[in-house]
Each structure stands twice: as C-alpha cells, then as structure tokens.
Design a protein around this ligand. Structure first.
Ligand code: CDP
Ligand code: CDP
Length: 223
C-alpha cells in the first residue's frame, strides 16, 4: 500500500490554499485541515463573548472550553464549535478584521498547533495555513508555499464574494489583504514564512487545476 503522506500548504490570504488543498485531499482520499478556520472560530467566540482580542488570558479561557471539529460535507468542510455549525459565521468581515490579532498570541498558537498535530498524527493529511511547513508539520513529506500578487488575490476574493451573493468592495479587500499579510508576516511567533524546504508556486497566472497538478506531481515523487 502507498505511504499516506502529510502535505503542508502555506501562503498569504486568498493565494488559493484551501481550494487546492481540498481538491488534492479529495483525489487522494486524505483528510483536509483548514487551520485558518480554527483561528477564525476562536475569533468568533471572542467577539460573541465581548473578549478583548489583545487579552491572551481571556482568549485561552475561551479556547479551553471550545471543541473545534472540522467535518467533511460533500466538497466542503463544516466547522463545528461544541457541535454548533459556525462555517458561515467565521467568514464575516468582523471575524476577518480581528483574526490576525487573535492569532498572534503565543499560548493560543501553542494550543492550536497541539490540536492540529493530533489531527494529523495518522498521516494522509493536507493541511493549509501560515505556519504548517515551519511549525505544525516541520517533517511534512511535501511542503508548498503558494503566492500571488495582492491585486490578483483581492480580485479572487471579490469574485468569490459576488458569486456567493455577498457585498464586496475590491479596494477594501485589497487593503484588508495587504494589512493581514503584514500582520501575519511580521508577528513575533511563527510568522507567515516559506519553510526552507518548501516549493514556492506563484499562482498569479495559474488556474486552480494547474496548481493541483503541480502539487500532485510533488506527491507522486514522494510515493
Ligand atoms: O482564508 P484566508 O486566507 O482569508 O485566511 P485563513 O486561512 O482563514 O486565516 C485567517 C487568519 O488566521 C490569517 O490571516 C492568520 O492571521 C491566521 N492563521 C494563522 O495565524 N496561522 C494559521 N496556520 C492559519 C491562519
Ligand atoms: O485559502 P486561501 O485563502 O489561500 O484561498 P482560496 O479561498 O482557496 O482561494 C480564493 C479564491 O481564489 C477562490 O474563489 C478560488 O476559486 C480562487 N482561485 C483562483 O481563481 N485561481 C487559483 N489558482 C486559485 C484560487
């Protein structure tokens, strides 16, 4: 039987990580883990409970009470917190505005990394995020770092929002993405960074299929 690989996909917002990760996971019958959804779930709970995103102690108290489950559903993935479906609620702009502040705390990250490593412990996993190749799965069989220009990424999010019937402002999206890129790359603890042994793919002028094919090639080489 083929070895069940672990695949780490990192990169900035809207580089295409979750879209390609889901597709690759499906084709190999692997589990897909969206680590950004976990930070978003904690951010949602912080907003709902009035906790300050700067207060690590309050965030940790909330997180200890949260069971976060990622449940496959058709081609999508449901995000459940203590059994409640928050898949839509974690994508609102209020959550997006605060998620980088919540995810910069060391204790929050340590707890999330521990949970993510447990989820990935049996292999056969495609995990996407910001620190997967550098911290969560430093020994991943395949590490990919996806990039695309800010303009292209904002355009992709804009089109995605419109196709879902959400309001969308392209120039605001561009500013938000640039702001999050900066916060995520400059934070002290496990910043967004390409692992030394990751393969960088600039997706600016690539289709989703092109990127999936490239990652599958990298996986085949390891099998
Ligand atoms: O989907 P999008 O690219 O907008 O972001 P996401 O993957 O849902 O991640 C939301 C935020 O969570 C990021 O901007 C980071 O601040 C944080 N995050 C992180 O710090 N580490 C991860 N492994 C994943 C996400
Ligand atoms: O997970 P991440 O935030 O990196 O990005 P995503 O949510 O997977 O992708 C953002 C949007 O870009 C989705 O609507 C994808 O369909 C689209 N996309 C694209 O148009 N071309 C690519 N090569 C990759 C993604």
């Amino acid at each position: 039987m083929n070895k069940r690989l672990s695949v780490a996909i990192d990169g900035p917002a809207a580089a295409g990580k979750s879209t390609v990760a889901k597709q690759v996971a499906k084709e190999f019958s692997y589990i897909y883990i969206d680590t950004g959804a976990m930070y978003r779930a904690l951010t949602l709970k912080a907003i709902q409970s009035g906790a300050d995103p700067e207060n690590e102690k309050d965030l940790m108290e909330l997180l200890q009470e949260m069971e976060i489950s990622l449940v496959p559903s058709g081609t999508q993935q449901l995000v459940l917190v203590n059994g409640e479906d928050v898949s839509e609620a974690i994508r609102t702009s209020a959550v997006t505005d605060h998620v980088s502040a919540v995810s910069m705390h060391g204790r929050v990250r340590a707890e999330m990394v521990k949970r993510q490593q447990e989820m990935a412990s049996s292999g056969g996993v495609v995990m996407d995020g910001r620190d997967i190749g550098t911290h969560v799965l430093p020994h991943a069989d395949v590490k990919v770092f996806l990039l695309a220009s800010v303009e292209e990424r904002a355009k992709r999010r804009h089109e995605e929002n419109l196709s879902r019937g959400y309001e969308s402002d392209l120039s605001l999206l561009e500013k938000d993405i640039a702001r999050r890129d900066k916060l995520d790359s400059e934070r002290e603890i496990s910043p967004l960074r390409k692992a030394e042994d990751a393969v960088e793919i600039d997706t600016t002028s690539l289709s989703i299929e092109d990127v999936v094919v490239r990652i599958k090639q990298l996986m085949e080489e390891r099998l």
